[in-house]
Design a protein around this ligand. Sequence first.
Ligand code: HEC
Ligand code: HEC
Ligand code: HEC
Ligand code: HEC
Length: 238
Amino acid sequence: MTGHPGALPLAAFLAGALALAGAAPAAEVPYEGFKKCASCHKSQSQSWRKTGHAKALDLLKPGVRSEAKRRAKLDPAKDYASDKDCLGCHVTGLGKEGGYDPADPDLYRVGVSCESCHGPGGRYQLVHREAAERFEKKQATTPRQGLADAGQDFAFAERCNACHMNYRGSPWKGAQAPYNPFAPTLDAKYRFDFDKAVRDAKAMHEHFKLDGVFTGAPVAPFHEQFQATARPIGKDAR
Ligand code: HEC
Ligand code: HEC
Ligand code: HEC
Ligand code: HEC
């Protein structure tokens, strides 16, 4: 609970606290794959498809970015596309329930997709559906806390760090093998500055105006700023 509990009615606060205590760890929420997300969020999906994140698995193929691979002492002629030392940061949910499985490579878990940043969606996508119906029928909004309880992540930096800051000698406390071979010691351009990176219009999908179906905490500190300049969505393409 990141807001001010005092500002909530006591009953609601207790219900939230109990739900948190009784909830399974977020890590156990299954991945869904981006097909579902894309069916409701067409605008973000179309924009995401153009980013390097969407095409991240291609980087592991032979002959791609050969110069960068050579400098990192990798073999540019080798196919790393099923190498477990690489896949974790170039697909979605490797080795997790519903995530990318090298034995059955599924198109909708390829690349750094929606759930790599927003969290595994097996549960919260159902909350989105229900909330959308309530909003449409009765104009009723839904507290964001329910999304967080269902595994949606609003603390983006930690998600990014798991890939971008996970190199040998990293100051990030979560760093562990397999490491990102492209560390800032190799080239300063690999230094990860979250506040800059999250605003990188080429790497991140474009932002679109929300109707306000979800309200309250938790929200990312830059949410208001992003929404202030977000583009409206076409009726046919949410
Ligand atoms: C811990 C996460 C992680 C692992 C493991 C990982 N990568 Fe990456 N990889 C990244 C990130 C993050 C970037 C983006 C780096 C940047 O541009 O700042 C990247 C970028 C790349 C690039 C593009 C580099 C460039 O300068 O164009 C290639 C090629 C690549 N990875 C190949 C591999 C290969 C091959 C392996 C396994 C030997 C691997 N990666 C393992 C996270 C990882
Ligand atoms: C599952 C691993 C993963 C996660 C999570 C991830 N990224 Fe990336 N990111 C990559 C890889 C791999 C690339 C390389 C794409 C390329 O070079 O084409 C990349 C590229 C980028 C780039 C372009 C880097 C450059 O060299 O210009 C930016 C900026 C970036 N990511 C920001 C973020 C932010 C911000 C987050 C979190 C909100 C995030 N990423 C989450 C793996 C990840
Ligand atoms: C590299 C990380 C990353 C990936 C991949 C990603 N998102 Fe996002 N997304 C963000 C961030 C950061 C925000 C801004 C959150 C905020 O403003 O509170 C955001 C915001 C959103 C929003 C809120 C409205 C908006 O446009 O800002 C929706 C809806 C959304 N993403 C859907 C998706 C879908 C669907 C996918 C996959 C097709 C996806 N995202 C992939 C990081 C990512
Ligand atoms: C049945 C349709 C549906 C599905 C499936 C769905 N969403 Fe949503 N999602 C919505 C609606 C409706 C909203 C509320 C949008 C608004 O307020 O305008 C929403 C809101 C969001 C938001 C913004 C939440 C906030 O902070 O206000 C994000 C991020 C998001 N969805 C990502 C995803 C991701 C990732 C997936 C797949 C795992 C997904 N959605 C699946 C319909 C859906």
